[in-house]
Ligand binder design. Structure first.
Ligand code: UD1
Length: 422
């Protein structure tokens, strides 16, 4: 059983380095299978999702060596193109292996994350893009079988800028014959990072970071070494924590230019933010102010920080409206925050929040990865002790949230640890 215990109302103060980005590292790991050779990634976060992706790669015949935060992947002897089912259930984003496997081997076998039927969400855009590149995709005994000779470049048009589908299309197109144009592409910084890595391997990609990406297919790739950027969502989470707790923190190894919408929203909520180079300093006096906020694809406010923002607004002053436009029904955190005394009313994809301070420490359950981290932020503004259960969700994406928050002065303890860190 994994639990985190937090004693609230303790201002934060201090400096930490931000872990490598989960959402950048996972597609980069997937991209390594495109090349019959070695890829080295540095500043890789030591999180469950990365361990899970290593497990998948190893099960297919890759050799992975993680030393500290450096991960070496040798995909020369990759023999299986089948992604084991239990991994797919554990990590939905394993779907991003489909494109690179098809690109290199002309075939790939996977199954539905969650078992919905073919052609429907949430992987319809992935499959459609691969079909456009010439892959035949069929369903047999609950498995998805994708095959092609060599993929052929084509025009792909996304009606919604899906991050994963854009990454899959991009990776599949790298070794395809001829030119691929992806329109309506997602513009997230992680797509630029992936393209930068692939270009370092010898790919020819232009336009990543815009909604039109052009890929000129190449025949072979080469070894490369690349650094994973600082995690903009982890950085945003810790800023949410200082906003709930009060105090002043300094975050190093961040990418402030990829956090413009976040830093601007947090400033409107009353945080004083200074960003320069790779450092963000955030301080908060008094309670966060109410704002209306909506999530949207990059460069908008990220859906992954919607729950932490909800926690901050719930412990602030005044009435806010938070609208979720990327994922349906991503308000499970609201239910847990209400247990802590928060006043939140969810109507469809909107949450109406009436700020209240302090919240009350109690037992809550992490509903998902970001929701769990949001509960840690809420606990900072709660009187007494908050116990967060189901913490395995949090460890999927945060290397050591207890270490980081303790270094910032929080009173936080993991169940297995015997002593309080104050
Ligand atoms: C990625 C991130 C995740 C983040 C999300 C949105 C990774 C590993 N994960 O997830 O943390 O929350 O971007 O910024 O990078 N959709 C479809 N059909 C598809 C694919 C997606 O309908 O084939 C829908 C989804 O149900 C969702 C929306 O599109 O409503 C956004 O999904 P998408 O951008 O694909 O997110 P992921 O790549 O899964």
């Amino acid at each position: 059983m994994s639990e985190i215990r937090i004693r609230g109302l303790c201002p934060l103060k201090g400096e930490i380095a931000i872990q490598g980005s989960k959402n950048a590292a996972l597609p980069m790991m997937a991209a390594s299978v495109l090349h019959k050779g070695t890829t080295v990634l540095t500043h890789v976060p030591r999180i469950q999702d990365v361990f899970c992706m290593m497990g998948i790669l190893e099960s297919m015949g890759c050799r992975c060596r993680l030393e500290g935060h450096q991960l070496e992947i040798d995909a020369a002897d990759l023999t299986s193109v089948s992604i084991p089912e239990h991994y797919i259930k554990a990590m939905r984003s394993s779907i991003i292996l489909l494109g690179p496997l098809l690109g290199r081997f002309g075939e790939a076998v996977t199954s539905y994350p969650g078992g919905c039927s073919i052609g429907r969400r949430p992987i319809d855009l992935h499959l459609e893009a691969l079909r456009r590149l010439g892959a035949g995709i069929r369903e047999e005994d609950g498995k998805i079988l994708a095959s092609a000779g060599r993929l052929v470049g084509a025009e792909i048009r996304f009606g919604f800028p899906s991050v994963g589908a854009t990454e899959n299309a991009l990776m599949a197109a790298v070794l395809a014959e001829g030119t691929t144009v992806i329109r309506g592409a997602a513009r997230e910084p992680e797509i630029q990072e992936l393209s930068h890595m692939l270009n370092g391997m010898g790919a020819r990609i232009r336009g990543a970071g815009t909604d039109v990406i052009q890929v000129e297919g190449v025949k072979t790739l080469r070894d490369t070494q690349v650094r994973v950027s600082g995690d903009r969502i982890a950085a945003g989470t810790y800023i949410a924590c200082v906003m709930a707790a009060g105090g002043r923190i300094c975050l190093r190894q961040t990418e402030p230019e990829s956090m413009t919408a976040v830093l601007s929203a947090f400033s409107r909520m009353g945080a004083r933010i200074q960003a320069g180079g790779e450092t963000v300093t955030a301080s908060m006096d008094g309670r966060p102010a109410a704002i209306d906020l909506r999530t949207s694809p990059y460069p908008g406010f990220p859906t992954d920080l919607q729950s932490p923002a909800l926690a901050v607004l719930a412990s602030g002053r005044g009435t806010s409206c938070l609208e979720e436009t990327v994922f349906e029904g991503r308000f499970a955190t609201a239910r847990e925050l209400v247990k802590m005394g928060a006043r939140i009313r969810v109507e469809g994809n909107r949450a109406m929040v009436e700020g209240r301070f302090p919240l009350t420490g109690t037992r809550v359950e992490a509903p998902d990865l970001r929701g769990g981290a949001a509960l840690a932020a809420a606990a900072m503004a709660a009187e007494g002790e908050t116990v967060i259960g189901q913490c395995r969700h949090i460890f999927r994406g945060y290397e050591d949230i207890c270490r980081d928050l303790a270094a910032l002065g929080a009173s936080i303890q993991r169940e297995s640890e015997a002593t309080w860190v104050e």
